[in-house]
Each structure stands twice: as C-alpha cells, then as structure tokens.
Design a protein around this ligand. Structure first.
Ligand code: CMP
Length: 138
C-alpha cells in the first residue's frame, strides 16, 4: 500500500496568506513533505486534472477557479496518508467540516474550499505524477 497522498493549497488560501498556517497543520500532523511547488495552472491543466468531474455542473466554475491564481501542490508522506489527510482537511463543504479542520478554519465556501486531498491511494499516485516528475520526489 502507498503512504503518499497529494494535496493542493488552492488559490483562495494562497491569496489569503494561509500557506504558512496550512504548512503548520501538515507538519504538526506528522506528514513529511516529499515535494512542494507554487504554480499557476492553465485552464487546460485544471480541466485535465479534474477530468473526472467533467460532466458535473460545477466543472467550469471549478476549473476556472483552480486556474485563477497561484496554488501550492504537495506530495505528502505518512502512514495511511490518504485517509489521514482527508481527516485533517475535513468535509468538502466547510459548513459540514469538523472544528479544527483546515477547511473549517480557512475555507469560505464549497467551491473555494482552501485545500484538495486525494480520495484513494490509486488517485494519489496518479495526481502526484500529474504534477511532479520522478526527480522532484526525493
Ligand atoms: P476537491 O476536493 O478539490 O474536489 C473537487 C472539487 O469540486 C471540490 O473540492 C469542491 O471544491 C469543488 N466543487 C465545487 N462545487 C461543488 C459541488 N456543487 N459539489 C461538490 N464539489 C464541488
């Protein structure tokens, strides 16, 4: 089993200067940051990344938002990383997220929800390799 997951600190959280706070959550929860970089996705890149949602009504809104500004992409490592990271970030909609979770603390809405986390080990590996080359995963 893999102990890696993929995370994004989304454009709203970068714009609102929450990168440092979110890094603290990552480190305090015992994750190792294998790799991280600040990028600005093109609309096409966001569309490819979220291709699984292409038939959903929010696809255009989502990919426009994700390509609207800089975001930080991260490859994280920890035992049971996928499930652990999803617990740390909280429910997709911040209104439903538990107190103390990243989305409860830093997200403003369902669409602009501060962070992303992979939903399975298989997707974690795919998402990491979408953004990082082998030599970046030291
Ligand atoms: P994320 O974990 O990045 O995966 C897909 C994203 O779609 C999700 O976070 C939400 O930010 C976004 N999204 C926007 N609108 C909706 C919606 N109506 N239902 C679910 N997800 C939505």
């Amino acid at each position: 089993m893999t102990n890696r997951t993929f995370a994004i600190i989304k454009p709203d959280a970068v714009k609102n200067n929450y990168v440092g706070n979110i890094y603290n959550h990552i480190l305090e929860e015992g994750f190792t940051i294998l790799s991280a970089k600040l990028i600005k996705m093109s609309k096409y890149q966001a569309e490819q990344f979220y291709l699984i949602h292409k038939d959903r009504p929010f696809y255009d809104e989502l990919t426009s938002f994700m390509s609207s500004g800089r975001c930080m992409v991260l490859a994280l490592e920890k035992d049971n990383a996928v499930e652990n990271w999803r617990t740390v970030i909280g429910a997709t909609n911040p209104d439903d997220a538990n107190d103390g979770t990243i989305r409860k603390l830093y997200a403003s809405s369902l669409g602009e929800n501060a962070v992303h986390g992979s939903d399975s080990n298989e997707n974690a590996l795919k998402e990491i390799s979408f953004f990082f080359s082998y030599s970046e995963l030291i």
